[in-house]
Design a protein around this ligand. Structure first.
Ligand code: HEM
Length: 445
């Protein structure tokens, strides 16, 4: 639990969403091995990096017994099993680089598919596995930081592959600090809505929301601060040529398996799935939803597609925040308080900053790397991310939508302030009518 946060003390209950104030979207205390019955999976997952080097992973998969996934108990066992099997699957399909095999044997395909159904995610390695359920502490008595985090399943690229995951873990962990100010703002706005108080209430609410927005801005800044570390131990060449091919999905134009992958024992038709992308993490989608950033239809469609790779709880929290009647953005728009507007805009700028930095990372690790190590800024509209997007236009568009959400205080009365005055007027009229009624009753007795 992060210092000072007691989960039960917060009205906005995150448990039902499989999210925590302590770890955000990251799985809390992931298991590192499955019970004895699943030892063949434990063993094979641990040997993936060496078997990829000797190109013997496929042979080992063919030896794997058909295990009964129904022996798994509880969410954490299911998550580890999904991580192990989807990780072995990526290795199996892409062992020989770009020439993927079109068919996954049923000893892997069936349990992977069934476990995915139970978890409500897709039967492929995704951020729910590699980014959110793949971490452990080197020393359990020391804090979470870059030096004390390790991967459970090691992606290719040795220490560089691990570093890609460790930086991702830290960005996700730092995101968890956003949840408390977000929850406080939600609570404050709900109280304001139900109190239907005098105008003083509006001023107090504005001050409180401003303060929590500043906390949120600081937390978003720590996400970027962690992201900056990517350069410390990941070369563009390793990402582009070693890691990225392993993270690829199957199906679609330009993919080595354009028709998809046949999951033996599941479907005779090949199935298509996106590769692993942090776009499948709930972090930025939740921030967008909370801040009221609107994305145009085509981009929103892509983001919604990414949501089908998230755990159902992670999708649900984004949807519930998007559906809220009393939104932060409407509250800010209804206010003439300059400090509130500035705090809201600073928060948006922190998200823009994160997205700008992410664009720099993508330029270095994909755009420049694809041009054989030529560094510098290149725009390449044809390049696709592991999540299959036309990456640069897509990412730039998301950033400019965030910029466009900035507000300016104005003098006109808006829906929110009009509503407040209507409520006050209703109170006054009710009071007058009650007084008249009372004096009439008195005159009758
Ligand atoms: C070498 C490191 C990284 C590269 C090359 C990279 C690349 C990409 C690409 C190409 C996309 C577009 C979607 C797709 O087709 O996959 C994307 C989306 C995204 N990535 Fe990354 N990424 C990296 C690291 C990270 C990390 C560490 C995070 C945060 C934990 C992150 C967060 C996101 C988010 C939130 C999106 C969705 C777009 C948005 O909301 O702005 N990425 N990334």
């Amino acid at each position: 639990m992060a210092p000072g946060i007691v989960e039960e003390d917060m009205n906005f209950n995150l448990r039902k969403y499989n999210v925590s104030y302590n770890t955000g979207f990251m799985l809390e205390s992931p298991l590192t091995s499955l019970p004895h019955y699943f030892e063949p999976w434990n063993h094979l997952a641990a040997s993936v990096p060496s078997r990829l080097k000797t190109k013997t992973l496929r042979d080992a998969v063919h030896e794997l017994p058909q295990l009964d996934h129904r022996q798994l108990v509880g969410h954490r066992q299911l998550r580890l099993a999904h991580l192990q099997l989807s990780y072995i699957t990526s290795g199996y399909v892409w062992q020989d680089g770009d020439h993927g095999v079109p068919q996954l044997p049923k000893n892997l395909a069936v349990p992977l598919y069934k476990i995915s159904q139970e978890l409500g995610i897709q039967p492929i390695l995704s951020t729910a596995d590699l980014g959110l359920a793949n971490w452990k502490l080197t020393h359990s008595d020391r804090p979470r930081d870059f030096e004390n985090l390790e991967c459970i399943c090691h992606p290719p690229g040795d220490s560089e592959g691990d570093w890609f995951c460790i930086v991702t873990f830290m960005v996700e962990f730092n995101f968890s600090n956003c949840l408390k100010p977000m929850a406080h703002i939600i609570e404050t706005l709900d109280t304001y809505e139900t109190a239907r108080d005098d105008s003083l209430n509006m001023d107090t609410t504005e001050d409180q929301v401003t303060r929590y927005l500043d906390e949120l801005t600081d937390a978003i800044a720590t996400m970027k601060a962690a992201f900056v570390k990517m350069h410390d131990n990941l070369q563009a060449n390793t990402f582009f040529n070693v890691l990225r091919p392993f993270l690829m999905g199957w199906g679609g134009k330009g993919n080595p398996l354009p028709d998809g992958l046949i999951y033996e024992g599941v479907s005779e038709q090949p199935l298509k799935f996106l590769g692993s992308s942090e776009a499948q993490s709930g972090t930025l989608q939740l921030l967008d939803g909370f801040l009221g950033v609107q994305h145009t239809e085509d981009k929103r469609e892509t983001l919604l597609h990414m949501r089908s790779y998230m755990l159902p709880g992670h999708r649900a929290i984004i949807e519930d925040v998007e559906r809220r009647e009393t939104t932060l953005r409407n509250f800010v728009l209804s206010s003439r308080n300059k400090s509130l507007h500035s705090a809201y805009n600073r928060c948006l700028s922190a998200v823009v900053n994160f997205r700008s930095y992410h664009l720099q990372i993508v330029t270095k690790y994909i755009v420049a790397a694809s041009r054989h190590g030529v560094s510098g800024q290149h725009d390449n509209d044809d390049l696709k991310g592991t999540g299959g997007t036309n990456l640069i236009p897509f990412l730039k568009g998301l950033r400019s939508d965030t910029e466009d959400a900035a507000t300016v205080p104005h003098d006109k009365k808006t829906k929110f302030s009009i509503k407040r005055e209507v409520i006050i007027a209703a109170f006054v009229i009710t009071g007058v009518i009650t007084a008249i009624n009372l004096s009439w009753v008195r005159s009758m007795i």
